[in-house]
Design a protein around this ligand. Structure first.
Ligand code: FES
Length: 361
């Protein structure tokens, strides 16, 4: 036998005792019908309607102006220096990114915001119930759908509200232009390409090898077996304090010096004199995607990249023995000068860092 409980809202509901089945009424939930349609201000006030229309058109017009501003900023904020020797100025790149991002981002936002405002305040919004039906509608239904579409077109006022329609068409017509303008960046490169810039570093014959950060010259005799030292070329100190050249060389030139027993080194043909008493120098930039590496395992002479675990054998010409890297670590030929300090014999003989499509070596 059922009893009745009262829930916290004061509604009474039946409780079915254990072992009995509840009797489900034939129509347990009455159809609540459609919500009452709340008229909006723009439905009853012509002034409010015109104000909303101007707001929408204003947003579309502003989107057009911002799209034009994008193109203007693209042209006037140049990131390519007149003299290619100067390299790209990082400050110019930041200003260019900021202005292009702001103008295009705001233009897209305003087109979206204008469309939302148009739908919320001006388009008709009665609630409609549509029963599910087979996917292929009969001809009568299709004709009705077409009629509904035409009614909808009429209710949105797309044909009637010329100001909104034209400003939207203008904004949408201009929006693809930035994509077309940006194609210029795929065009022929004036000056040195990024690939060409990676082909060389500031290492050169006779350049001293300095400890990184403290920039002290390194005596070959001071390095112990098993030791690893991060190093930079002495020419790095001559670069201007600020500017792209220093940043680029900071990324390309670091090397790792390691010392191992000379009998552990497997020298490749042509590299017989690239080391000094078991001291070898390798690029510190991983050949996978360019992470700086330093995780050295003394006993195996393996160097592990922390990013994706590429492992290089420094006793075997920097060969890849594990991981996604496909190229050996570039080796820097080194020697000692008359005072016993380590120097480079030349620049790297191949580009350092990750592979790229226009590599020539
Ligand atoms: S960057 Fe070194 S393994 Fe990916």
């Amino acid at each position: 036998m059922s009893t009745h409980n009262v829930n916290p809202n004061g509604d009474e509901h039946a409780v079915v005792p254990h072992g009995e089945h509840a009797v489900v009424p034939a129509d347990p939930i009455a159809d609540p019908g459609l919500h009452y349609y709340d008229e909006r201000l723009t439905d009853v006030d012509k002034k409010a309607e015109r104000r909303a229309e101007r707001q929408v058109a204003g947003m579309f017009a502003l989107a057009s102006l911002l799209t034009v501003a994008f193109i203007v900023f693209y042209v006037i904020v140049g990131i390519h220096p007149d003299d290619p020797e100067d390299g790209v100025n990082i400050g110019d790149v930041q200003v260019s990114n900021l202005t292009l991002g702001l103008t295009l981002g705001l233009a897209l936002f305003l087109v979206g915001a204008g469309a939302v405002q148009w739908a919320r305040s001006l388009m008709s919004s009665p609630e409609v119930v549509h029963e599910r039906h087979p996917l292929r509608s009969d001809d009568e239904t299709r004709a009705a759908a077409l009629a509904d579409f035409e009614t909808g077109t009429e209710e949105t006022g797309f044909g009637r509200r010329k100001l909104i329609r034209n400003s939207l068409l203008g904004a949408l017509a201009l929006l693809p232009l930035p994509a077309v303008i940006l194609l210029r960046d795929l065009g022929p490169n004036t000056g040195e390409s990024p690939g060409e810039r990676k082909q060389h570093t500031i290492w050169a014959e006779g350049v001293r090898v300095l400890t990184d950060v403290t920039f002290m010259p390194i005596r070959a005799a001071d390095l112990e077996i098993g030791q690893l030292v991060n190093a930079m070329p002495a020419t790095f100190e001559d670069l201007p304090e600020h500017g792209p050249e220093r940043i680029n060389e900071r990324a390309k030139s670091p090397v790792m010096l390691v010392r191992m027993l000379p009998e552990d080194v497997h020298v490749a043909p042509g590299r017989e004199n690239w080391g000094v008493d078991g001291i070898l120098a390798y690029s510190k930039i991983c050949t996978h995607v360019g992470c700086p590496i330093s995780l050295y395992e003394q006993t195996t002479h393996h160097m592990l990249c922390p990013c994706h675990q590429s492992t290089f054998d420094l006793s075997d010409n920097g060969k890849v023995i594990f991981g996604p890297a496909t190229r050996s670590l570039p080796q820097l030929p080194i020697a000692v000068d008359s005072e016993g300090y380590l120097i480079a014999q030349s620049d790297f003989t191949e580009p350092v860092g990750p592979s790229y499509w226009e590599r020539t070596r």
